[in-house]
Every structure is written in structure tokens, then in C-alpha cells.
Design a protein around this ligand. Structure first.
Ligand code: AMP
Length: 223
């Protein structure tokens, strides 16, 4: 099962991606997570990517495209994958589609979580990351996934792990830049979504309702 999931930063794409991952048992491959892991470990890739990520710019395609195409060849992705955060522009969409065709692989589902820019921005600033598991959703502005309270602070609502906010989630100019890339229908992420709309059926899901409602409507469409 090969799946792409699109949605602006702050739309709940990661949270819903975890639901899809659970349903199909395929690895959830998130470009942003791969970059952040590399930054944490101080690898060459991480060093190259950091400056772009801090500003909210895209890491150049000549770094990102081979990184992802190689990741899809790893053993755990043999029976499928859920790709999240890639492709993020038209050139990446074309590169992925070409690579899949060459490998004789098809896309089973392309999901688009639709959410307006203002709501996405508000949600992004409330997002918190669990130290134990990136798939534990926590957001201080969303009641359904509000972190648990402990000792006057917040901990992960799923496992009690410590929480942190991503620096690029608290920087308004970085958020605006990321959203300008996402909502750009000429060469940005929405142009990649439209590229797939011309080729395969894209499942559109309204991201405005609560987490549970969005999951339900998504799972119904995937049934
Ligand atoms: P995310 O965790 O998806 O919000 O990604 C965090 C940051 O990683 C982005 O703002 C970009 O700087 C970088 N990044 C993630 N995915 C891509 C991609 N497909 N192409 C280029 N840069 C990316």
C-alpha cells in the first residue's frame, strides 16, 4: 500500500498520518522527521539542512529527492509506505511520479487534508512534540489532544513523556514562509497536489472539524 498525505503545516496531517499508518501497518515516512533526526545526530545531511529548516525554506531538491527515493527502497518499506511532507513542490512531484513509474509501483491513495491558512497557523503554534514518540499528538490549543498537566507544566497526553515546541513552529515568519510554499498553486505544494489530481484520484478530507471527526471521515474514504 503506497500512500501520499498532503496538508498544510498545522492541519493535523501528522496526527491523521499516524491513523493511516496504524490502519495499513506501513512505515510513516516524514521528511521533516528525517531532517530533524539528522540535525540531532549532527550528520552531514543535518548540517546542510539546518539553515534552510530554521528559516522555513525548503531544503534543496538535490538533497531531498535522493534522500527520500533511497528511503523508499529500505527493507521496512518493501510492502508499502506512507509518505508525509514529500513531495512539497512540483519538481519533487514529477521526480517521485517518474521514479514510481520506473519501479513499476503505483500510488494506492493520495490524501489531501484541506484547511485554510489562518486556522493552520493558529494550530501550528500550539503544537508540542513528545520526546518518546513523534506520533503522540499534543496541541495546547486543541481540546481533543491537549497535553496532560503535571507539576504546573504539560506532559504528553499519551505516555507522560516530556514535551517541546519546535523552534520553527514558534517563529511567525518561518510559519508564513512554510505556508506560502504550501498554498502556492504555481510551483509549491498545492501545485504538486494538482499534479496528482490530474493523474490519480485524490481523497479530499476537510481538516476543520475535531481530530476524531477528521479521522472518521478519512477512514471512511479509505474503506
Ligand atoms: P515539516 O516537519 O514537514 O514541517 O518539515 C520541516 C522542515 O523540513 C520544512 O520547513 C523544510 O525546511 C524541510 N522539509 C520537509 N520536507 C521537505 C521537502 N519535501 N523538501 C524540502 N524541504 C523539506
Amino acid at each position: 500500500m503506497n500512500i501520499l498525505i498532503f496538508g498544510p503545516n498545522g492541519s493535523g496531517k501528522g496526527t491523521q498520518g499516524a491513523v493511516v499508518q496504524k490502519k495499513f501497518g506501513v512505515p510513516h515516512i516524514e521528511t521533516g522527521v528525517i531532517f530533524r533526526d539528522n540535525i540531532k545526530k549532527g550528520t552531514d545531511l543535518g548540517k546542510k539542512a539546518k539553515a534552510y529548516i530554521d528559516k522555513g525554506d525548503l531544503v534543496p531538491d538535490d538533497i531531498t529527492v535522493p534522500m527520500i527515493l533511497n528511503r523508499l527502497k529500505e527493507a521496512d518499506a518493501k510492502n508499502g509506505w506512507l509518505l508525509d511532507g514529500f513531495p512539497r513542490n512540483l519538481a519533487q512531484a514529477e521526480a517521485l511520479y517518474k521514479a514510481l513509474q520506473q519501479a513499476g509501483m503505483k500510488l494506492d491513495y493520495v490524501i489531501e487534508i484541506v484547511l485554510d491558512r489562518d486556522t493552520s497557523k493558529k494550530r501550528i503554534m500550539g503544537r508540542r512534540l513528545c520526546a518518546n514518540d513523534n506520533n503522540h499528538p499534543n496541541n495546547i490549543f486543541i481540546d481533543a489532544i491537549k497535553p496532560a498537566k503535571k507539576d504546573g507544566g504539560f506532559v504528553c497526553r499519551v505516555c507522560g513523556g516530556s514535551l517541546s515546541a519546535r523552534a520553527d513552529d514558534q517563529d511567525e515568519s518561518a510559519i508564513d514562509k512554510r505556508h506560502s510554499i504550501y498554498y502556492d498553486t504555481k510551483t509549491g505544494t498545492l501545485s504538486a497536489v494538482n499534479y496528482f489530481k490530474d493523474r490519480v484520484k485524490v481523497l479530499e478530507v476537510d481538516g476543520l472539524p475535531g481530530v476524531k471527526e477528521v479521522s472518521e471521515s478519512l477512514l471512511k474514504k479509505l474503506a
